[in-house]
Design a protein around this ligand. Structure first.
Ligand SMILES: Cc1cc2nc3c(=O)[nH]c(=O)nc-3n(C[C@H](O)[C@H](O)[C@H](O)COP(=O)(O)O)c2cc1C
Length: 323
């Protein structure tokens, strides 16, 4: 069993800093400074791909803007006591060789000591050491056991397990089997990417052995997202059955949403979690709803455990109500 020694077991557990063990997932074209700042202000992790900035110089501007917006949200709230401790910002570095800005963006992240960095679409090895020297923690996004082993060996502080049905460049592994397979050799932080459509799913992920969950698709349909109106509308009207796989955007298999009743053309990328999106709302609205669902799911588990203790029956024999 292993984890990387420099990292306290369970880091970055949400208990002291997050209202929910949740990351607003990094999304190309979707993650704007407004979305990231709203996520952090709501008390979860706000992530964005550095490639969403039009230049390396703009990355500095985004980091300033996000920090300023989060600060302002904390000082202008009517009820200061109800303002959660802001969640951290996570910069997502696309470590694929096609990313020509990788070195420059890495230098900016190192100079700014961004607390949390998520690597994706490639080998994290070349960036882990410089990031660690700057005090950054690195979560590596992986889609196979082989890549999970490599990332742990390279010193990643945690893993994002990219599973089947995730939006964007999707994984293929079943998230149940993936978690349990990785837990056979790794006891450090694990994040589930894919399938978190509400607080009930998030709670289930934690009981399965994950420490945090990604939510991507649900944030596409927020007012703060960078998605165009057609794409947002497709995410609201579509269900899981409207998600298709395509290599069209850039040769890598991605989950795409085809608007129901449309001409069959994808409106953009989205995951199976579209079935959990009913309306265009705000980032704070998504976090609040997820929190309600999470607490209900926890309460249901507690009730089931108490009842199973009384009756001697397993929890599986109890009738579970739906939200
Ligand atoms: C539109 C879109 C763009 C994405 N872009 C990125 C990206 O730039 N970097 C990355 O690491 N993951 C990216 N992803 C994947 C998400 O970070 C995350 O794994 C996924 O959204 C989780 O599944 P869900 O959408 O069902 O919640 C993207 C996902 C979507 C839907």
């Amino acid at each position: 069993m292993r984890h990387n020694e420099a990292v306290p077991i369970g880091w970055p557990l949400p208990t002291d800093r997050l209202v929910l063990p949740l990351i607003a997932a990094p999304m190309t074209r979707v993650s704007t400074p407004a979305l990231v700042a709203a996520a952090c202000s709501a008390g979860i992790v706000g992530a964005f791909p550095t490639s969403n900035c039009s230049s390396n110089a703009e990355l500095d501007e985004w980091l300033d803007e996000i920090a300023a917006t989060v600060r302002t949200a904390g000082t202008t709230a009517d009820d200061a006591a109800s303002v959660p401790t802001p969640g951290p910002v996570a910069a997502n570095l696309i470590v694929h060789r096609a990313n020509k800005r990788l070195d420059d963006d890495l230098q900016t992240i190192v100079r700014r000591s961004v607390e949390l960095v998520i690597t994706s679409v490639g080998n994290p090895v070349p960036v882990i050491d410089p990031l660690h020297r700057a005090g950054c923690r690195v979560l590596a996004d992986v889609a196979s056991l082989a890549h999970a082993h490599k990332a742990v060996d390279a010193g990643a502080d945690g893993l994002v397990l990219l599973s089947a049905g995730a939006g964007g460049h999707t994984g293929w592994a079943n998230p149940f089997a993936f978690a349990r397979a990785v837990r056979r050799f790794y006891d450090g932080p694990l994040v589930l990417a894919g399938g978190i459509s509400d607080g009930t799913a998030l709670w289930a992920a934690i009981t399965l052995g994950y420490d945090l969950g990604y939510m991507g698709t649900k944030f596409i349909a927020t007012r703060e997202s960078g998605a165009d109106p057609k794409w947002r509308a497709a995410v609201v009207s579509a269900s899981l059955d409207d998600i298709t796989l395509s290599t069209a955007p850039n040769g890598v298999t991605a989950s795409m949403v085809v608007p129901p009743g449309g001409a069959g053309q994808p409106a953009g990328s989205a995951g199976h979690t579209v079935s959990g999106v009913d309306a265009i709302t705000t980032v704070a609205g998504v976090v609040a709803a997820t929190s309600t669902e999470w607490h209900r799911a926890r309460a249901r588990t507690s009730t089931a455990l108490r009842a199973s203790g009384r009756s001697g029956l397993g929890a599986s024999s109890l009738s579970w109500t739906q939200d």
